[in-house]
Design a protein around this ligand. Structure first.
Ligand code: GTP
Ligand code: MG
Length: 675
């Protein structure tokens, strides 16, 4: 196999001799269907292999795609053209340029094709008289030259041929070889993208699909090679398929490269599960989407501007659907740069701009994909066909946002800087964040993970939280909101050490939409920067210097409580005693005792019983001494030793167990690990 593989596609008006020329060059009749033979026209895409001698022993393996010229079959032509590297434009010298000559040319240009050879066919039909023939040929040549002048094919060689008599075919071969030399290579890195153009069953093999591998590489590995089928159409889901066999140029192969016509034999899937328009791929490049952001252009012969809601037919890859368009902004006619949106936007004939496209059914879409837009009204049918414009996909999965933000994002996505694309997408996602998968798809970059890693370092502009990426700058306003919230809490609850963390994060959620992970990270950052601190054992959060209980300078209501406990020593009051003594209701008592417990100014024994730290320490010492002397402890002993009543002694025993000073053994307590 040669080093160079490419797809050469025919183009041109119906009956101008495309299929006849392919047969003369390759020996293959690409009109296989009985209906094609009967009507003498091409209906389906045809495929032929062409071994071309490029001189110096080099052979080129060219795959020819032969398209129909019929005005009603332009969608089929577009499906074929999506995989072409170069064009063989066929124009009858007898008839000259006709509507589908123009329309096909435009499709090729809109799809980004830049290389063509023109075959001026049927020269044997220009009459007997040599000088008259020469004159007619010259006229035809001028006609073609004039038509090409304003296109990206202005320099294409024009070769007069007769497919039926063979004249000019050597010159045509030489011109094609010359053109191929100037062709740029295809992108082989990244995931494979193969739009399906045929699905059929082959006896003994099962389901076979064919298509042109647009980018990447396919390698058939021992065992199984899995690919993902991204479907077109409503109600269909992506699924994986196993590749059992591969054919390239009619021969078994284990590898196919970008720009190669490829047939795949798929295991365990019926033909009814697949359709033209589906895409085989792997990794994260293609997504079934029914809304997209695209840079679009309307050709200059259009009859009316595209406004909000304009309906068009959209062709993408080998698929197509009806769609409507919402223009967002215009492009500068000189530089092509997207302008700031002003007023009501309409994209008129000869203008380009940014638009959202809403598709009637989802199609497999990828970033950077070329689109063809066709009109439904037949206003230009007679002269130009229905192809009215085209575009390139800027974002295959856009979120619903304001036009100004769409335009800013589109500017970054249309550039060449992969880091800038990724960063712009993360910033656009705002407080909801975006996953690595979505970023890879939407930016259309292969190494999104690597780029994110670089931008996600501690001082970098991005941050990953809970599997989503955010702009680090989002943390600052949330952090400020958290601090303000805690300040407000201190002002409203001067007796409380701080605000529960969950309550604080809940309050941040009320302030505006944000991901939970982002709120948590903002609070963490406030703690790391010491703008907040953990106030007590329950994890309440406070501002530095606030909510702190200084034991020597307690607010009077708390001071009163502590004093009661201090004076009571080892026989402290119950909550009820305390309430009665201070004239407080149960709630107020609980609140004050709770604050003091959390700040360790009181030590909790059970729900009703607390001790001042001094009395608590005193009792612990006594217990430890008793355990050391006697090796055990019971309620009776505790009562005797301390003078505690039974009411206090029983909870104390349990408290000692919890502390690990004692451990229970039947009715007795033995020394525990913390004795
Ligand atoms: N005399 C003469 N007839 C030709 C030549 N090339 C094609 N024809 C005839 O023109 C008719 C149409 O040729 P096709 O090759 O089917 O044209 P086509 O462009 O493939 O048509 P579609 O695929 O339907 O668009 C056939 O009858 C051919 O025999 C030629 O160079 N000389
Ligand atoms: Mg044909």
């Amino acid at each position: 196999m040669s080093a160079r593989e490419l797809v050469l596609g025919t183009a041109g008006h119906i009956d101008h001799g495309k299929t006849t020329l392919v047969r003369a060059l390759t020996g293959t009749d690409t009109d296989r269907l009985p209906e094609e033979r009967r009507r003498g026209i091409t209906i389906e895409l045809g495929f032929a292999r062409w071994q071309l001698d490029a001189g110096k022993g080099q052979r080129l393996a060219v795959s020819i795609v032969d398209v129909p010229g019929h005005e009603a079959l332009v969608r089929t032509m577009v499906a074929g053209a999506g995989g072409m590297d170069a064009v063989l434009l066929v124009i009858s010298a007898e008839d000259g340029v006709m509507p589908q000559t123009r329309e096909h040319l435009r499709v090729c240009a809109l799809l980004g094709l830049r290389h063509a050879v023109v075959a001026l066919t049927k020269i044997d039909r220009l009459g007997e008289d040599p000088s008259e023939r020469e004159e007619l040929l010259e006229l035809a040549r001028e006609d073609v030259r004039a038509e090409l002048e304003a296109t990206s094919f202005a320099d294409a060689p024009i070769i007069p041929v007769s497919a039926t008599e063979g004249a000019g075919l050597d010159e045509l071969r030489a011109a094609v070889v010359g053109m191929i030399r100037g062709l740029p290579g295809r992108e082989r890195k990244g995931p494979p993208i193969l739009p399906v153009d045929r699905v059929f069953t082959m006896r003994g093999h099962g389901t076979v699909i064919t298509g042109t591998l647009l980018c990447g590489e396919l390698e058939l590995r021992e065992g199984s090679t899995e690919l993902t089928l991204v479907p077109q159409g409503l109600g269909r889901q992506p699924f994986s398929v196993r590749v059992r066999g591969m054919q390239v140029h009619g021969e078994e192969a284990t590898r196919s490269r970008a720009g190669t016509r490829t047939a795949l034999n798929l295991g365990k899937v019926g033909v009814e599960a697949l359709e033209r328009g589906d895409v085989l791929t792997s990794g994260l490049a293609v997504v079934a989407s029914d809304r997209l952001l695209a840079r679009v252009e309307q050709l200059d012969f259009g009859a009316r501007p595209w406004t909000r809601g304009t309906s068009l037919q959209l062709c993408a890859g080998t698929a197509s659907t009806a769609a409507h368009l919402v223009p967002l902004t215009l492009a500068d006619p000189e530089t092509g740069a997207l302008l700031d949106p002003v007023g009501k936007i309409a994209i008129g004939p000869g203008q380009a701009g940014l638009a959202r496209l809403y598709l009637d059914v989802p199609l497999p879409i990828w970033a950077g994909q070329r689109l063809i837009l066709r009109a439904f009204s037949a206003a230009h049918m007679q002269t130009d066909g229905l192809t009215i414009g085209g575009g390139v996909v800027v974002d295959p999965l856009p979120e619903r946002r304001q036009p100004a933000r769409r335009v800013a994002l589109a500017r970054a996505l249309l550039g060449d800087d992969a880091s800038a694309k990724v960063r712009a997408l993360v910033e656009d996602a705002g407080a909801s964040g975006v996953t690595l998968e979505a970023l890879t798809l939407r930016a259309g970059v292969i190494h999104a993970a690597k780029l994110l890693g670089r931008m996600g370092v501690e001082s970098g502009p991005l941050i990953e939280l809970g599997g989503r990426w955010f702009a680090r700058a989002l943390l600052e306003p949330l952090l400020r909101a958290a601090v303000t919230e805690v300040d407000r809490f201190h002002a409203a609850h001067p007796l409380q050490p701080g605000l529960a963390r969950a309550t604080l994060e809940g309050a941040l959620a009320q302030a505006g939409p944000s991901a939970a992970a982002l709120r948590t990270a903002a609070v963490d950052l406030a703690l790391a920067r010491a703008q907040l601190r953990v106030a007590d054992r329950s994890g309440s959060l406070a501002r530095p210097g606030k909510g702190t209980l200084d034991p020597n300078d307690l607010p009077p209501p708390l001071h009163d409580v502590v004093e009661r406990y201090r004076h009571a020593g080892i026989s402290p009051p119950t909550l009820r005693d305390l309430g009665e003594a201070l004239g407080l209701d149960a709630k107020a008592v609980l609140e004050r005792v709770g604050v003091l417990q959390r700040s360790e100014l009181l030590i909790k024994i059970n729900d009703d019983l607390s001790y001042a730290p001094e009395a608590h320490a005193q009792l612990l010492t006594a217990v430890r001494e008793h355990l050391a002397a006697h090796g055990e402890l019971d309620v009776q002993a505790l009562k005797g030793m301390t003078g505690l009543s039974r009411k206090f002694a029983v909870p104390w025993m349990e408290h000692l167990d919890r502390l690990g000073v004692t451990r229970r053994a039947g009715d007795r307590r033995l020394p525990g690990p913390k004795a």
